[in-house]
Design a protein around this ligand. Structure first.
Ligand code: PLP
Length: 346
């Protein structure tokens, strides 16, 4: 019989991985407290406010504005900075040298560090997501952190329909919307945050162990960790698969074999420029003025590095990285088995 689980062999992964999202009686208590307080709304509440302060402080920022999700965090940030349709948003590398506002989309990167400094504090604002797959979660949720007092006032007002703290509830000063996070989510996230440091250390350490174990498998190249990244939040463990060492099987076939072995995985994100919305031109409906009619070069370009990153990598999602050393060895053994028996997958 084949050694591969896909063809009836024993699964490489015998022990169950930790479940995600993790919770215990602390979340239960926090939710019950919100329920019984009857203060479920953020505006008069304390939980979301407390979470804003704790999350910002955790990352070394003075301000935190909790919002409904990571997309809203980006929208509020841009509105808070006065970025509007017709303005240009570019990649971050050159922002500092040109005096432009740097926004860090840190949706996946909670607790990560670059040269010892926590993510989200390098530019004017950092944005985060608390959607279900993220490193702490309330199902949905988002956050903007900042050390810029002026920006904080603007962004906080945008997230609360243009209100200003301390003013009459029905005075709306600027153009905003309702992006407020509920007290339920604030309460859960407070508890989730209390575990983030320990969980980040575990994910980081397990990932470094996988770096060592997986680099011994022909055809597998772990994503390189830049030495300036002093702590990686590890939203996922990503590695490149050279299919020449895997009997030229497709990434889909490789993933099917991984699934059968009991090794969790998630699809890589597809290249953005290939999404239907861009191919069909539908995205132009959100543009105005000159921009709506301009030819956009990104539609014609090939982006081979993006293609490679999207279609030749496999991702192990973060909950698996909360396992123990034995789990990491089982993952490596499963991948080594697939490589050794790859010819059977052709
Ligand atoms: C890089 C990035 N930015 C923003 C978001 C949006 O976050 P949300 O799903 O909470 O709206 C995501 C979602 O995964 C993301 O990956």
């Amino acid at each position: 019989m084949s050694a591969l689980a896909l063809f009836g062999g024993n699964k490489a992964k015998r022990k169950a991985f930790p479940v995600w999202p993790y919770y215990d009686e602390k979340e239960e208590r926090a939710l019950k407290e919100v329920l019984e307080s009857r203060v479920w709304w953020r505006t008069p509440g304390t939980r979301t406010l407390e979470f804003e302060r704790a999350f910002a402080a955790f990352h070394g920022a003075r301000h935190g504005i909790a919002v409904t999700n990571g997309t809203a965090a980006l929208e509020v940030t841009m509105a808070g900075l006065g970025i509007t349709s017709g303005d240009e948003v570019i990649v971050p590398e050159i922002a500092n040298s040109r005096g432009l506002a740097l926004i860090e989309d840190s949706a996946h990167a909670h607790a990560s560090e670059w040269r010892g400094q926590r993510i989200g504090t390098f530019g004017v604002a950092g944005t985060f997501s608390f959607q279900a797959s993220k490193l702490i979660t309330a199902g949905e949720g988002g956050m903007i952190i900042s050390n810029d007092d002026n920006f904080e006032v603007q962004a906080r007002s945008v997230h609360d329909s243009g209100r200003m703290p301390g003013q009459w509830f029905y005075s709306h000063y600027i153009y905003g919307s309702n992006y407020r996070l509920s007290e339920w989510q604030g309460a859960i996230l407070n508890v989730q945050l209390s575990r983030l440091d320990e969980q980040t250390k575990r994910r980081h350490q397990n990932s470094r162990l996988l770096d060592r174990l997986l680099s011994e498998i022909p055809g597998i190249t772990p994503q390189k960790l830049d030495e300036r990244c002093t702590r990686n939040g590890q939203y996922a463990y990503i590695f490149h698969v050279n299919n020449k060492k895997f009997a030229k099987i497709s990434t889909e076939r490789f993933i099917a074999a991984m699934n059968a072995e009991g090794i969790p995985n998630q699809a890589s994100y597809p290249p953005l420029h290939e999404l239907d919305m861009f191919r069909s031109g539908e995205y132009r409906k959100r543009l105005s003025g000159k921009q709506a009619k301009q030819k956009h070069r990104f539609l014609k370009k090939k982006f081979p590095v993006t293609q490679k990153a999207a279609w030749e990598t496999a991702w192990i999602p973060q909950p698996a990285l909360l396992g123990d050393e034995e789990d990491m060895h089982e993952i490596a053994a499963g991948l080594a088995k697939i490589q050794k028996n790859a010819k059977e997958l052709v």
